[in-house]
Each structure stands twice: as C-alpha cells, then as structure tokens.
Design a protein around this ligand. Sequence first.
Ligand SMILES: [Zn+2]
Ligand SMILES: [Zn+2]
Length: 102
Amino acid sequence: MLFFKETRKTGDIVKQITSLDEDDRFEGIRCPLCAWRPSSGDLWCCFRDDDSPEPPFRSCGTIWNTFATRGRCTGCSHQWKWTSCLRCSAWSLHEDWYERRS
Ligand SMILES: [Zn+2]
Ligand SMILES: [Zn+2]
C-alpha cells in the first residue's frame, strides 16, 4: 500500500514572494500630478485631517504601504478613495495612481 502525503501548505507559497517581486508591484504606479514613484519602503498613515478630500471616518493611525493593499488600511480595513503624494503632498484618487496603458 502506498501513502501520499500532501506537504505543500498555502503558507509556504505566500512566503515565496520575495522582495524582488515586491518592487515589481510598484511598476506602473506614479503620482498623477508630479510623476513621483512610490516604492515598497514608502509608508502612509491612516489619519484623516480636514485638508483631506476623504469622506469623514474614524481613522485608526495605522502606518502601512497603501499601494501594497490598493488603498485599504491594514488596521481598520478602511478603503481609502484618495491617496496623498509623499513628494508634492497633493491628493489624488487612488485609481489615478495606476498608469493605464492605452
Ligand atoms: Zn485605518
Ligand atoms: Zn506628487
């Protein structure tokens, strides 16, 4: 009798994503206003102030890379519609940061 054992777990596959792939994920993302390109080391804060065009919600203060989650806060799961640029500090719609190939 033969026994086959499934050893591959989902967690192992997730861990295989290297930092190289992480930088690739930021290809094609740039500020629509000043063309600044974020990288995997850039961080945003889940904090809404009155200068923000984001509709009022209870921001949680989490610091994370917003382009790693397509604008969703990892702390409170708020889907940010707007993203501020870390260079020119202007707000743009999150979707507008993704370059479209026509
Ligand atoms: Zn949050
Ligand atoms: Zn900018």
